[in-house]
Design a protein. Structure first.
Ligand SMILES: [Zn+2]
Length: 453
C-alpha cells in the first residue's frame, strides 16, 4: 500500500488521503480546504490524479472539511461509491447541498455588491452539483467489513465526534492503516465516547488540539454565565456554531440551563439555521449514538425558535436583547451568522460567543484574536461587543484525551502520521507521542507520498 496526503497537512482542513494498492485506489475523506486564502485556492487547483480512476471514497464523517470536496470530485468524473455510516450519509444529505447553496450565495452577493476581485465571482460548486453527488452515497453500518476496492478490506468504528463519525481501517491482507478522522471526547455532552481501537501497522491521527488541553470547567456553567451577564446588559448573545453537532450541544445546554433555572425560561433563543434544524432531526434518528434519553433528545430539539426564511433572519437584526441567536457558520466565514455579527458586534452590550476551534485565516480567528475592525461584505465593522470563547464545547479530543486513546492500542504502529492540526499543534502532538509512547512519528507535507511496506 501507498498513501498520498492531499490535505490536512499543516492545517485542520481539506482532509483527503489517497490509498493505493496495486491498481486499486481509495480516497479516505474528501474534504474542502477552508481558512487562509492560499489554502482555499487549493480547492480550485486540479487533483494529482484523474477523479474517474478512483475506485471508491470512504468518509470518516460528514463535516465539510472531510466531505465538502465530493461534489467537485463527482463533477470531475468520479462515479464510484462513497462509503460511510448511515448517520454520515444522512448528514451529508443535509450538509452538502447547503455547502453548494452557500457557495452560490457568496458568489452572487459578491457580484451584486461588486466587491469581488473576479468578475463575475463563480461558486466553487453549486447546490445542483452537490445534489448529484449524493446519489453516490453508500451507507455501511459500523462494525461490518467490506471491500471498497479489489484487494482492500475496510471497516468503520464509532469515533464519538458527531453522529455517524467513525474511525476508518483499511487492510490489504498483510498491512493495515487506521485513520482517526476527528476523535470525539470521552465526556461529550451528547455523544457516546469514541470506541477503543486495537491499533494498526500505520496510523493517521488528527492533532487539532495537539498543543492544548480543554479547560476542566463546566461548559454548561460557562454558557449560563455568558448568557446571564449579556442579558443583564440587555444585550444579544450571537453564537456562531457549526450547524451539525455544536448547534445540538448548545441547544441541549440551553434546555438544561432553562430547566435548572440558571437562565430565564422566557429568554428568547433563536436557532437561525434551517440546516441545523434538519441536522437535529438526523440526531434524533440516530439517538443510539447519543448518551441522552429520548425525552432529553425531544427537549433539545424543541428548546429554540427555529428561524426559517431569510426575511425572518433579517428581522432578527432589528430586535433588541436580551436574546440568544445560534447560527452557522461556526467560524463566521459565511452563512447567516455573518449578518448578525455585522449587526450586533458594534454594540458593546452584546456578546459574540465562539463555541469551538477557530482555524487561522477565518473571520472567527480574527475576532477571537481581538481585531478592532473586521471586514464583512466589503465593509469595515467595529468589534465593540464582548468576545467570549466556549472552548470546552469542542467535539475534538484534546492532547491528553488523544494520548489516552492511543495508550489503549494493543500494539504500536510502525509509523504514525500526524495530520489535521496547525503546525504548532501537530508538532506538539509528535513530540508527545515520541516522548511518551516511543512511536516513530512523521508530519507529512502537502502532496507527500509514503510507502506502507
Ligand atoms: Zn469534524
Amino acid at each position: 500500500m501507498n498513501i498520498q496526503f492531499l490535505g490536512a497537512t499543516d492545517t485542520v482542513t481539506g482532509s483527503k488521503y489517497l490509498v493505493r494498492h496495486g491498481d486499486a485506489s481509495v480516497l479516505v475523506d474528501c474534504g474542502l480546504f477552508q481558512g487562509y486564502k492560499p489554502l482555499r485556492l487549493r480547492n480550485w487547483s486540479s487533483l494529482p490524479f484523474a477523479a474517474a480512476d478512483i475506485d471508491a471514497v470512504i468518509l470518516t464523517h460528514a463535516h465539510i472539511d472531510h466531505s465538502g470536496y465530493l461534489p467537485l470530485l463527482a463533477r470531475q468524473g468520479f462515479a464510484g461509491k462513497v462509503f460511510c455510516t448511515p448517520g454520515t450519509a444522512d448528514l451529508c444529505r443535509v450538509l452538502l447541498p447547503d455547502a453548494g447553496h452557500l457557495q452560490e450565495e457568496e458568489a452572487e452577493y459578491a457580484n451584486r455588491h461588486g466587491f469581488s476581485k473576479h468578475a463575475p465571482a463563480l461558486p466553487l460548486y453549486t447546490r445542483e452539483d452537490a445534489m448529484r453527488c449524493l446519489k453516490l452515497l453508500h451507507p455501511i453500518p459500523a462494525g461490518k467489513h467490506w471491500q471498497p476496492a479489489p484487494g482492500l478490506t475496510a471497516s468503520l468504528t464509532h469515533s464519538g465526534h458527531m453522529v455517524g463519525s467513525s474511525f476508518v481501517q483499511l487492510e490489504d491482507g498483510s498491512r493495515s492503516i487506521l485513520f482517526s478522522g476527528d476523535i470525539g471526547r470521552p465526556n461529550d455532552l451528547l455523544l457516546r465516547p469514541p470506541s477503543q481501537m486495537d491499533g494498526a501497522d500505520y496510523l493517521v491521527v488528527e492533532s487539532t488540539y495537539g498543543d492544548r488541553l480543554h479547560k476542566d470547567s463546566d461548559p454548561m456553567l460557562a454558557l449560563g454565565q455568558v448568557i446571564n451577564r449579556t442579558a443583564a446588559r440587555g444585550g444579544v448573545v450571537v453564537i456562531p456554531a457549526f450547524a451539525v453537532g455544536r448547534a445540538q450541544s448548545l441547544l441541549h445546554c440551553v434546555e438544561v440551563l432553562k430547566t435548572q433555572g440558571v437562565i430565564e425560561r422566557t429568554l428568547p433563543v433563536y436557532l437561525n439555521s434551517p440546516m441545523a434544524a434538519k441536522a437535529t432531526q438526523v440526531y434524533l434518528k440516530h439517538k443510539a449514538e447519543l448518551r441522552l434519553t429520548s425525552a432529553e433528545c425531544e427537549a433539545m430539539a424543541h428548546t429554540a425558535h427555529i428561524v426559517e426564511s431569510p426575511e425572518e433572519s433579517r428581522l432578527l437584526n432589528a430586535k433588541h436583547g436580551p436574546m440568544v441567536i445560534i447560527a452557522a457558520s461556526g467560524m463566521a466565514t459565511g452563512g447567516r451568522v455573518v449578518h448578525h455579527i455585522k449587526a450586533f458586534a458594534p454594540d458593546k452590550r452584546n456578546t459574540i460567543l465562539f463555541a469551538g476551534f477557530q482555524a487561522g485565516g477565518t473571520r472567527g480567528a480574527l475576532i477571537v484574536g481581538g481585531e478592532p475592525m473586521v471586514r464583512i461584505h466589503g465593509q469595515e465593522v467595529p468589534m465593540r461587543a464582548e468576545v467570549a470563547m466556549l472552548d470546552d464545547l469542542s467535539a475534538h479530543s484534546d492532547a491528553a484525551e488523544i494520548m489516552g486513546w492511543l495508550r489503549g492500542f494493543k500494539s504500536a504502529p510502525k509509523q504514525t502520521f500526524i495530520t489535521h492540526g496547525e503546525p504548532a499543534a501537530a508538532d506538539a502532538m509528535r513530540q508527545r507521542i515520541e516522548r511518551e509512547l516511543h512511536w516513530p512519528c512523521h508530519l507529512p507535507y502537502y502532496l507527500e507520498s509514503a510507502a506502507l511496506s
